[in-house]
Write a protein that binds this ligand. Structure first.
Ligand code: GDP
Ligand code: IMO
Ligand code: MG
Length: 437
């Protein structure tokens, strides 16, 4: 069976992890392919709330194999914390987690650089999570970075390598008049912990092709969302990775033909955390109400998320960009109780109305949303367990979105729990019997 990709269609935090966890029951292998600890992925089960940052969200099933792909930027210290947190809750990753030897390494100084860059931008900062993501990808692309495989070097060689990297970074830090960091301390810290994770490091590209050949069912878990993509998002207010479909290929080493379903995750409204244009943002009581009901506070930073109505122009753009074959519409319950709900169907620009999502953030900044209004629903979407049990107005809202964005909504989420999930035809069925692959 070809791999399934789950990716965010908006500005992140769409509820990707809930869908990963849900679909994991029909898959064997879960792979993160880009980003790093900037991600905050929440799964709610009977055992409580789990928040994942670097470890793939599908690991709650004990037989799942988890892979952290080459497109990721891996912070080894944060990884160890996350792994220990899971172990304390009885979840062991031994023998079933692999970290790509080609994944870039986030060093402690990358976090410092992230904050220095942000401070330097002053009023125009990105609103980064401060996890060192941008500086680590920058080092990758200037070919100066460390890769996870470097941790397998003999001790002295690794010590020298890390020392040289820190010395270089100290020269960069001088530009910001920032105090130098100690090469000796960082190299020693790395040597001290590397045996705790070295056994997870592997050639994951080759492993994944092996899993494919063995008929194991692979689920690729995107982080962030397509509007934060380094190439196709609202640059410069984006993250530094490919969080649209291309990243699933480059970040794993799988081939395009290895991909089957591409499931786009969208909230029934829109949120954004950090800075940058957001045409449907609500700076009023409705926005505050969505934030309260949706508990829209960052999983990684705790920052309040900016909230607004569903933007069908942006959503159509990311459906097309990613070749999304089906949609999971999340958090419909958060709109329970509104008298009316609105959807942005076009942008009003100085040159007239458009349904094309502009390529430049400054152009998007000047776009005014054109809204269509839909009646709200009195009943609780959160109580429905089938599409027919949804209040009729909520059903109409889902169908209207589907028509506007041109993709089938096959999964409607009406609460954080696994049980608060509605599947629509074509139902998710990953049974390989009779499949074409
Ligand atoms: P991700 O980064 O895309 O995985 O999403 P986050 O975990 O950052 O944020 C989604 C939040 O919404 C989490 O707290 C989830 O538990 C919660 N959530 C997911 N689906 C639903 C839903 O349908 N309704 C409600 N009310 N909450 C949901
Ligand atoms: P998940 O996977 C929402 C945002 C930050 C900032 C910009 C750049 O949980 O959906 P970075 O730290 O990457 O340099 O920040 O991107 N951002 C996210 N917003 N969800 C995320 O991840 C995000 N990861 C980064 O807020 O605006
Ligand atoms: Mg998140």
């Amino acid at each position: 069976m070809p791999a399934t990709v789950i990716l965010g269609g908006q500005w992140g935090d769409e509820g990707k992890a809930k869908v990963v966890d849900y679909l994991m029951r029909d898959h064997d292998v879960v792979v993160r392919y880009q980003g790093g600890a900037n991600a905050g992925h929440t799964v709610v089960t009977d055992e409580g709330v789990f928040k994942f940052h670097q470890i793939p969200s599908g690991v709650l099933y004990p037989d799942t194999i988890a892979v952290m792909g080459n497109g990721m930027v891996v912070d080894p210290f944060a990884f160890l914390d996350e792994m220990q947190g899971l172990m304390q809750r009885g979840i062991s990753l031994d023998g079933r987690l692999y970290i790509s030897s080609a994944a870039a390494v986030v060093m402690p100084f990358h976090r410092l650089l992230d904050n220095l860059h942000e401070a330097d931008l002053q009023g125009e900062s990105i609103g980064s999570t401060g996890k060192g993501i941008g500086p680590t990808y920058a080092d990758k692309y200037t070919r100066r970075g460390l890769r996870m495989g470097d941790f397998l070097l003999p001790k002295e060689e690794l010590f020298d390598l890390v020392t040289r990297k820190v010395e270089y970074t100290n020269r960069v830090m001088e530009v910001f008049n920032a105090p130098a960091v100690s090469p000796h301390k960082i190299a020693t810290d790395i040597i001290n912990v590397r045996d705790l994770f070295a056994h997870f490091i592997a050639d994951t590209q080759s492993l994944l092709h092996g899993f494919r050949a063995d008929g194991r069912r692979i689920l690729l878990e995107g982080a962030q969302g397509a509007l934060l993509d380094i190439d196709h998002g609202t640059y410069p207010f984006v993250t530094s990775s490919s969080c649209s479909i291309g990243g699933a290929i480059t970040g794993t080493g799988l081939a395009p033909g290895d991909i089957g379903r591409i499931v786009g995750i969208y909230k029934a409204y829109t949120t954004r955390v950090g800075n940058g244009p957001f045409p449907t943002e609500l700076d009023d009581v409705d926005g505050a109400s969505i934030r309260d009901r949706g508990r829209e506070f960052g999983t990684t930073t705790g920052r309040p998320r900016r909230c607004g109505w569903f933007d069908a122009v942006a959503a159509s753009y990311t459906v097309r960009l990613n070749g999304i074959s089906e949609i999971a519409l999340m958090k419909l319950d958060v709109l329970d109780g509104f008298d009316t709900v609105r959807v942005c169907t076009a942008y009003r620009t100085p040159d007239g109305e458009t349904r094309e999502f502009p390529q430049h953030a400054t152009t998007l900044e000047s776009c005014e949303p054109v809204y269509e209004e839909y009646p709200g629903w009195g009943g609780a979407a959160s109580k429905a367990r089938s599409f027919d049990e949804l209040p009729p107005e909520a059903r109409r809202y889902v169908e209207a979105l589907e028509e506007m964005i041109g993709a089938r909504i096959t999964f409607v989420s009406v609460g954080p729990d696994r049980s608060q999930t509605i599947l629509r035809e074509p139902a998710y069925s990953f049974d390989t019997a009779g499949g074409t692959d």
